[in-house]
Design a binder for this molecule. Structure first.
Ligand code: 2PG
Ligand code: MG
Length: 424
């Protein structure tokens, strides 16, 4: 049956922050349909692909009318007739049509929605779930989830400096069990916060709004929540942080508003090393612009804003030895093919790879399929509330169930070998 692209349509929908976002719908000549919705970040790397927003006063300047118009006026014509199964060719055509290094002309929001919709259409044409289509007959693991308990930084009015306080359960044995354990921790954390003072709702990604006196207060509370949940901190449940350090400063210095103010790059590094020694921390994302980490091999060091899902940046970071894992966000680079190249560059180096949502999300569950079908090993979605997050976790449960007896939970194998060895 023909997998040639017959039509491409864009439309404006709304994201989890109530802001406009782009959906693309691709119909093949066979009648197969693929749809995808662009997510949006709040804490962004300087070298990310750029969303096209309308500016002005309407919708706070976040309108996407121009991005949607570009899909109909330019993108549809450029990829009509192409074979949806040749994702690389479609994505190349999208990049060439845009013509900028960062998708600024057509907008990464338009380009990523179309790129992912083409992928969905190709899977639909193959009558396969997307994860299975991507796996192409190879055995793939069920990813280890990384789940937020407190959301801070740019996702919570900078109530804490650290952006994400998350947990990971590498020894849970299954995705289903990892979610159950996380739910215990999430509830226990809420009870502890309630006991300390009023709860203030949830942050952008559904984690508890961080009502803490200091960043360490949050770390203490999370460690106590793990213990109070009946699970063992540093055994069943580990802490994972996203420092999002580029939101706090740069190599010339970092500002920790909740703690004692400005830290030099060395002091910031020393602070994080101290946290890693005092708390059951297994993974740290974007710790700082440092390249000499005393925490060395024992902890997963994820590059997000520093790598921006760029294969070239993964290569350079690999040579500098600054990370041992890469966060993979398709909209950070703009196309499925480029995101897969960044993942391949990380995996080739023996790094961990984490397919990740953005803080602005929707009911789109593409990332659950990418994390599984690409055998990334890890999946980061946000917290354990709010349907734009739960939709992805729930999709993973369906995928794990569909694998049946063949399901293999990535667990410790998701990490670079030296980190995995600490869990043995
Ligand atoms: C991150 C993401 C998700 P944002 O920093 O990893 O938590 O945030 O989408 O705002 O960049
Ligand atoms: Mg991050």
């Amino acid at each position: 049956m023909s997998a040639r692209i017959a039509s491409v349509t864009g439309r404006q929908l709304w994201d989890s922050r109530g802001r406009p976002t782009v959906e693309a719908e691709v119909v093949l000549e066979s009648g197969a349909v693929g749809r995808a919705i662009a997510p949006t970040g709040a804490s962004r790397g300087a070298h990310e692909a750029i969303d096209l927003r309308d500016g002005g006063v309407a919708f706070g300047g976040f309108g996407v009318a121009r991005a949607v118009a570009g899909i109909g006026a330019e993108i549809a014509g450029a990829i009509a007739g192409m074979d949806a199964r040749d994702q690389a060719a479609v994505d190349k055509a999208l990049c060439e049509l845009d013509g900028t290094p960062n998708k600024a002309r057509l907008g990464a929001n338009a380009v990523v929605a179309v790129s992912m919709a083409v992928l969905h259409a190709a899977a639909a044409a193959a009558r396969a779930p997307l994860w299975r289509y991507l796996a192409g007959g190879k055995a793939v693991r069920v990813p280890l989830p990384e789940i937020q308990i407190f959301g801070g930084g740019a996702h919570a009015g900078r109530r804490t400096d650290v952006q994400d306080f998350m947990v990971m359960c590498p020894k849970a044995g299954s995705f289903r069990r990892a979610l159950e354990i996380t739910d215990d921790v999430y509830r226990a954390a809420g009870r502890l916060m309630e006991a300390k003072g009023p709860l203030s709702g949830v942050a952008d990604e559904g984690g508890w709004w961080p009502n803490f006196a200091s960043n360490e207060d949050a770390l203490d509370t999370l460690t106590r929540a793990i213990e109070a949940s009946g699970h063992r901190a540093g055994e069943d449940v580990f802490i994972s942080l996203d420092i999002a350090a580029n939101e706090l400063g740069d190599a010339s210095g970092y500002s920790l508003a909740l703690d004692e103010g400005r830290l030099t790059s060395e002091e910031m590094g020393a602070r994080i090393v101290e946290w890693a020694g005092r708390y059951p921390i297994l993974s740290i994302e974007d710790p700082a612009g440092q390249d000499d980490w005393a925490i060395g091999d024992k902890v997963q060091i994820i590059g997000d804003d520093v790598l921006v899902t760029s294969a070239g940046r993964v290569e350079r970071a690999g040579e500098a030895g600054v990370c041992n894992a890469a966060l993979i966000k398709v909209n950070q680079v703009g196309t499925v093919t480029e995101a897969k190249a960044a993942l391949d560059a990380a995996v080739t180096r023996g790094w961990g790879a984490i397919v990740s949502a953005r803080s602005g999300e929707s009911e789109d569950v593409t990332i659950a399929h990418l994390a599984t079908g690409w055998d990334a090993g890890q999946l980061k979605v946000g917290s354990f509330t709010r349907s734009e997050r739960m939709a992805k976790w729930n999709e993973m449960l369906r995928i794990e169930e569909a694998m049946g007896a063949d399901a293999v939970f990535a667990g410790a194998s998701a990490f670079a070998a030296p980190v995995a060895a600490t869990l043995a």
